[in-house]
Ligand binder design. Structure first.
Ligand SMILES: [Zn+2]
Length: 287
């Protein structure tokens, strides 16, 4: 897809499954199973999508999927089906990992940054992207390095430590809900309801419009209903307010939304129907 000076490509890194109840928090299964069918273990199918933004100055990857450092037991728990990044980039974009100049990680939960490292011959995690600068929000890194008991299983140091050691990490600083341009046309917007210091991404394609990479602020199209937040979110009232602000702006300015975890399709536009109620204009579609 062309968006202003960018060429935007989806790198679809695979599929996994999480508990449907955890994905919809207090929403009863009788409601969420109409849109998201659960398997016999109550898990729903989720995507691990990433975006590659190509411009004349950079090849930027937004999030990197779960990666390959998982043992058999973990693969079964998540029903993980993911390919190594080198093969994915070659197949889907004709690039190598060494061609990636920048990586932006929305937040350091393993399903967004696991692909940053892979195990070398000695079984140690090493950088998948040896030449890339990796943008992480400073407050999210602090949060990830001193995780609370609830999020501890999602923040795994093995995913980012190698980049700290090699000084490839670029720390982003910003205030809650502040928008900040980190590369020409690439803006981050910080949110704190899912975890502390998540950075969602707004790509400004000028006359081609704007594309918003929702991260875990709105993980799938099912989550555009404001009260449909995840059990994983650390602060449901904060995330509801953040979603309200984003969805209002998105409908006003006609942004396209990109859903990282939606297994049905990635991108949709929306319209505001009434206060706090939004409707998708199209079934989420890949491009
Ligand atoms: Zn997350």
């Amino acid at each position: 897809m062309k968006l202003g000076n960018f060429e935007v490509l989806e790198i679809d890194t695979g599929r996994f499954m999480l508990d449907g109840g955890a994905m919809f928090g207090v929403v009863p299964k009788a409601l969420w199973e109409r849109s998201d069918k659960a398997d016999s273990k109550n898990r729903i199918e989720l995507a691990l999508r990433t975006l590659l933004i190509k411009s004349k100055d950079f090849n930027l990857l937004i999030d990197v999927g779960m990666g390959s450092k998982w043992n058999q037991r973990q693969r079964e728990i998540f029903n993980l089906r993911e390919k190594p990044m080198e093969a994915l980039l070659k197949e889907q974009a004709g690039l190598a990992c060494s061609d990636i100049s920048h990586v932006l990680i929305t937040h350091l939960h393993f399903d967004h940054c696991g692909g940053l490292t892979e195990l070398n011959g000695d079984g140690n995690p090493t950088q998948t992207f040896k030449k890339a600068e990796v943008y992480v929000h400073e407050d999210n890194l602090k949060w990830a390095e001193n995780p609370n008991l609830r999020e501890k299983a999602s923040y795994l140091n093995e995913n980012w430590q190698a980049y700290k050691d090699s000084k490839q990490l670029q720390l982003v600083r910003s205030k809650p809900m502040e928008k900040k341009e980190i590369l020409p046309g690439v803006w981050i917007m910080r949110s704190d309801g899912h975890t502390r210091g998540q950075q969602c991404v707004l790509l400004d394609g000028g006359k081609d419009g704007k594309l918003f990479f929702c991260g875990d602020l709105i993980p799938s199209s099912s989550h555009i209903k404001i009260p449909w937040t995840m059990g994983y979110d650390i602060d449901p009232l904060t995330i509801m307010n953040e979603k309200r602000i984003v969805l209002n702006e998105a409908s006003r300015e006609n942004w396209r939304l990109y859903f990282e975890h939606d297994a049905r399709g990635a991108m949709a536009s929306l319209v505001k129907e009434s206060e706090d109620k939004f409707r998708l204009l199209n079934t989420p579609a890949d491009f």
